[in-house]
Ligand binder design. Structure first.
Ligand SMILES: C[S@@+](CC[C@H](N)C(=O)[O-])C[C@H]1O[C@@H](n2cnc3c(N)ncnc32)[C@H](O)[C@@H]1O
Length: 286
């Protein structure tokens, strides 16, 4: 995809978040929207940092507990190193020295950064692609280079909420059909469960800027992930996910306004067709 002249006149999620995290990869339109959002939700920078803190913990779990050595990071955002976080390939390689990661984002600035940062990192690749066009995304050479005879970990961290319900469902259905056995999907997703009015106001503010923002209830997130089964502790607020004591940025309210989960295909009997699981998923978290 080529950069369009008006790419920077409209706010982009990656650059709005960059501004809220104190970064410098943003433009006037991004900063203006960030300021309006922060007036509605003063805890927004903390919410973003909680999500960013979660990424390395999720990858460490996929690499250590599930033995996953290759990753597809969808909606990867600007490189985590800009904000003092370890990148997915650094975390995965601490467990598996040759782990591979394909970083995917639709934003031209994110792609440019990723491409530059990853140029000297063998086994990594950057791809500019849109999750609303999954066939093109999965057909790109960087993704096709992943080894589909072994499990792949897909990171869907804070990305599905930027697409409509139908688009989110298509993303997950396409991934479930494409992923090899033993794969896992790690998800974080904003929710309105704890503060419905604040999230409605954020949604309206994003909409005025032409950006789809779709926080979803835990029940809705569960429906999107079904029939794959959440691994313990299930679908829970990010601070309740595993080893959450390492989170550095809990807001005073203690709520991240986002859920986290890792899901895998349910265990099947040898003669059962794919998708017909026998294992019960985790009970609902409070
Ligand atoms: C909030 S950031 C999340 C970054 C990172 N995954 C994390 O958890 O910190 C959302 C990212 O998703 C990207 N994004 C939004 N919609 C997208 C789409 N339809 N296809 C691909 N990337 C998208 C944005 O450009 C942005 O970089």
């Amino acid at each position: 995809m080529n950069r369009q002249p008006n790419d920077f006149a409209r706010p982009s999620v990656a650059r709005v978040f960059d501004h809220l995290l104190g970064g410098s990869d943003n433009y006037a339109a991004d900063r203006a929207l960030a300021q309006r959002l922060a007036q509605i939700a003063p805890e927004l920078p903390d919410m973003i940092r909680i999500n960013a803190d979660h990424g390395p913990r999720a990858v460490a779990t996929l690499a250590s507990d599930l033995g996953i050595r290759q990753y597809l990071d969808l909606g990867c955002g600007l490189p985590a190193g800009l904000y003092g976080h370890r990148t997915p390939h650094e975390v995965a390689r601490a467990v598996h020295g040759t782990a591979r990661v394909v970083y995917v984002d639709s934003d031209p600035v994110v792609y440019g950064h990723a491409n530059m940062v990853l140029a000297e990192e063998p086994g990594t690749a950057a791809l500019r692609a849109d999750i609303r066009e999954m066939d093109a995304l999965l057909g790109a050479p960087a993704v096709r280079a992943l080894n589909r005879s072994e499990p792949i970990g897909v990171l869907l961290h804070d990305v599905l909420l930027w697409v409509t319900d139908d688009e989110a469902l298509t993303v997950l259905e396409t991934l479930r059909a494409w992923l090899p056995a033993g794969s896992a999907i790690s998800l974080t997703h904003a929710t309105a469960d704890a503060a419905p009015q604040m999230m409605r106001d954020l949604t309206s503010c994003y909409a005025e800027a032409g950006i789809t923002y779709r926080p979803r209830s835990r029940h809705h997130i569960r429906a999107l992930l079904d029939p794959w089964a959440p691994t313990p502790p299930g679908i829970v607020p990010i601070p309740q996910w595993r080893a959450a004591e390492h989170l550095r940025h809990l807001p005073a309210t203690g709520h991240a306004h986002a859920h986290a989960a890792v899901v895998r295909e349910r265990t099947r009997a040898p003669d059962e067709p794919r998708g017909a699981g026998t294992e019960r998923s985790q009970p609902a978290a409070p």
